[in-house]
Design a protein around this ligand. Structure first.
Ligand SMILES: [Zn+2]
Length: 460
């Protein structure tokens, strides 16, 4: 037994560890010592544990690793429900002018809304790909990071950027973009100020130019060099729609994957959102380089982008996690429902009922996410020595009690309530209630900020 200032013991619950062998316990225990998992196993916890501050009876519950979100745009929380019948490019063109009016207060409020929704639904590691930095809008990155700290979740900020506007053949309007030099300098400053490389880091930064159709080739190349010089990860959007593929062929004379390879954007330190339009050679290139994928099934359906070939990616050895994507293209903003949607939508593809099963869906949302964020040695499964990011799902009510297998209940059934969510060994949610932020106050402030943004955008 290690020396620990405090221990939390969880007993009498089903446990899906999502370790390499998918070990599960019908009735088991988890011991948390300070911020790490000390033991996981069948039956009751060992006796004579010292400094036990809390003992939780998990009867009727399933314990899993906390969910890991790998793609999101928090600011979109205050532009939900707009351009509801559009494909990606039309949707972007409709929303860019509004997005380009955001300020620090709006970014903070929208981040609070996005984080609250995810944390309440079992997300213990959140990420935000933020790429809209209007001139004079204040410290948006600082505001977003503050919101994550207040919510209590682990967090990766992918510091995005756009420098290819309409005048350079890109999609965003000229006033919505930064300069190449400005974007690189601000990204480097964000890494220097906020990135924590330690094992139990709560805040990490990635370098994240937005997409081939909004970013210059030079920013892609120099962004990759910056990330590698700083030892941080790289993130962007890739192969999302047929229109994007067409755009790349016309502008660069090659498809998205070739373009990424030519700019230094394939590698085990890279993860990319969507990857819907990938042929066999694209998937082989991702597998060879261990480039990760953030699969966002609801957003892809909302924007009629298509179905990513997740079963083929997994078979080839591509690391795949799940993403909510921005809530302007996935209004629910929940990750636990993406487990279900990933499973269902992939069954509409070529592999039909053999596409994904419940345990694979749970793995995408936990260990797969940890892999693509570069944190698989620290989070993503319930194993001794890993960080104590744990969710206790309530499965003994009307919604789930008649389903015998708890993992099937969690993935195939309705969104399960979270009785307890621990992040770094500390409770963040209890009985579906956020402990560190006021959900009703956030509901009011996000409504007010959405209205303020709509007014400003209408006047512009
Ligand atoms: Zn996105």
């Amino acid at each position: 037994m290690v020396v620990a200032a405090s221990r939390i013991v969880i007993e009498n619950c089903s446990i899906a560890t999502v370790d390499a062998g998918d070990t599960e316990y019908t009735s088991g225990h988890i011991v948390v010592a300070d911020n790490k998992i000390e033991s996981v196993g069948a039956g009751k916890a060992p006796e004579n544990l010292e400094n036990v501050v809390r003992r939780i009876d998990g009867t009727g519950h399933l314990a899993t690793p906390g969910l890991v979100n790998t793609h999101h745009h928090f600011y979109q929380w205050i532009t939900r429900g707009l351009a509801t019948d559009h494909n990606l490019f039309n949707w972007l063109v409709a929303l860019y002018p509004t997005w380009a009016r955001i300020d620090e207060q709006m970014a903070y409020s929208a981040a609070q809304g996005s984080l609250a929704m995810m944390a309440r639904g079992g997300v213990t590691t959140a990420m935000d790909h933020h790429y809209v930095f209007p001139k004079g809008s204040g410290d948006l990155s600082g505001a977003i990071i503050r919101a994550a700290r207040e919510t209590g979740v682990r967090f990766t900020l992918a510091r995005g950027s756009m420098d290819r506007s309409e005048k350079d053949g890109g999609l965003p309007p000229d006033f919505a973009v930064e300069t190449l030099e400005g974007a690189l300098a601000a990204t480097e400053a964000t890494v220097d100020e906020h990135h924590d490389a330690s094992f139990d880091a709560m805040t990490q930064i990635a370098v994240a130019p937005c997409s081939p159709f909004s970013v210059s080739t030079e920013l892609m190349k120099q962004g990759a060099e910056l990330a590698r010089r700083k030892g941080v990860r790289l993130h962007t959007h890739g192969s999302e729609t047929v229109e994007e593929e067409q755009f790349c062929k016309e502008l660069f004379g090659m498809g998205p994957t070739e373009y990424f390879e030519s700019t230094g954007w394939l590698g085990e330190d890279v993860w990319m959102a969507h990857c819907v339009h990938m042929d066999d050679s694209d998937i082989a290139a991702f597998a060879r380089t261990k480039t990760g994928v953030a699969h966002c099934p609801s957003s892809n359906a909302r924007l009629a982008a298509g179905i990513a070939r997740v079963p083929d990616m997994l078979a080839a050895g591509v690391p795949v996690g799940l993403g909510v994507d921005g809530t302007a293209s996935n209004e629910s903003g929940e990750l636990h429902t993406e487990l279900r949607n990933a499973l269902l939508i992939n069954r509409l593809g070529a592999h039909r009922e053999a596409a994904l099963n419940a345990r694979q869906a749970l793995r995408l949302g936990t260990y797969g996410g940890a892999q693509v964020l570069g944190r698989a040695s620290q989070i993503g499964s319930l194993e001794p020595g890993k960080l104590a990011d744990i969710v206790l799902w309530k499965l003994d009510t009307l919604a789930h009690s008649s389903i015998a297998d708890p993992v099937t209940a969690l993935v195939f059934g309705a969104a399960a309530p979270v009785t307890l969510s621990l992040v770094n060994g500390k409770p963040v949610v209890e009985d579906s209630r956020l402990l560190h932020v006021d959900e009703d106050a956030i509901a009011r402030s996000t409504r007010d900020e959405a209205q303020r943004l709509a007014r400003i955008a209408a006047q512009a």
